[in-house]
Design a protein around this ligand. Structure first.
Ligand code: AMP
Length: 283
């Protein structure tokens, strides 16, 4: 496994083409490994970057305490036959960086984390510029992030294939996340209510679209309210629970057959996100 720690080393093209860049903040779990496997299955050499991006954390967020486990991460990557790893130094990445503004600034996570996606695309753009990958892999768990990176690739006219990996969950349905480390085992089980609610909402929406098309949008709002209440009653503080168009993140108005159910909650002071895309046309 090739480990690169500086931009200077990248100028010698250490990674074998074609390779896919998989940007991460480390503290790797099997969700990240799925991204790596997807790259390999698509015949790209997987290259994982590990960089805790300070620009994507708000002033009152957990930059200082964000879990870091570099040695263990490198072991895991080696075990999974990762081709390369890029572990840049913060000063080098931030030096003379082009600060970018992300689109969709009034949607979902952008509303409660102002500047978060500006930080994300600024760093991802920098990683693309210095590593020059042929493909990149991002996870569905961060749905809005995926849309924003796709926008970046179009805007900058990068010839980078975008690969999307499905969300990896624990056996109870909780989406894997480095922030789950902040929760006790019992709390992780309680947090499985999030995905259970999304799944139940999805089934209700599907049924409704097949039986009551006329009142769909009104009923949709009452389903949204019902689940907001249900989730809150179980000790979660809802940041948002929205039903949106998965292409634009606009409020769902039946312009498409696909509906995005996206949620962010605070549970025991930990912010957790998840989402589900429902195809109303399929049976
Ligand atoms: P992070 O290290 O949390 O910044 O995530 C790095 C990449 O892994 C992003 O593309 C995430 O969407 C993806 N990712 C994180 N958790 C999961 C998961 N449970 N399933 C699939 N992809 C994930």
């Amino acid at each position: 496994m090739i480990i690169v720690e500086s931009i200077e080393q990248l100028s010698h093209n250490p990674f074998k083409s074609p390779f896919a860049l998989i940007p991460t903040m480390g503290n790797l779990h099997s969700g990240h490994i799925n991204l790596l496997n997807l790259a390999s299955n698509k015949n790209y050499n997987p290259v994982v970057s590990i960089f805790v991006n300070p620009l994507q954390f708000g002033p009152s967020e957990d930059l200082e305490t964000y879990p870091r486990s570099l040695e263990q991460d490198l072991e895991i990557l080696k075990e999974h036959n990762c081709h390369g790893v890029f572990v840049p130094k913060q000063e080098e990445i931030l030096k003379n960086i082009e600060n970018l503004i992300a689109p969709m600034s009034n949607k979902l996570c952008s509303k409660s984390r102002p500047g978060h996606f500006d930080g994300v695309i600024t760093i991802v753009n920098r990683l693309f510029e210095v590593t020059k990958p042929e493909a990149c892999v991002f996870g569905m768990k961060d749905f809005q992030q995926q849309l924003i990176i796709k926008h970046l690739i179009r805007q900058k006219k990068y010839e980078i294939e975008f690969l999307s990996a499905p969300t990896e969950r624990d056996k109870n349905g909780l989406a894997l996340s480095s922030r789950n480390n902040y929760l006790q085992e019992r709390e992780k089980i309680e947090a499985s209510v999030i995905f259970k609610s999304l799944s139940d909402m999805g089934s209700e929406l599907k049924l409704l679209s097949q039986t009551n098309k006329k009142n769909f949008l009104t009923e949709l709002e009452s389903i949204q309210k019902k689940y907001t209440k249900k989730i809150e009653e179980q000790g979660f503080e809802i940041d948002y629970l929205e039903l949106s168009d998965p292409e634009t993140l606009e409020k769902f108005e039946f312009n498409s057959n696909r509906i995005l159910i996206a949620i962010a909650v605070f549970f025991k002071k930990v912010r957790l996100i998840d989402n589900l895309v429902i195809d109303l046309a399929s049976s």
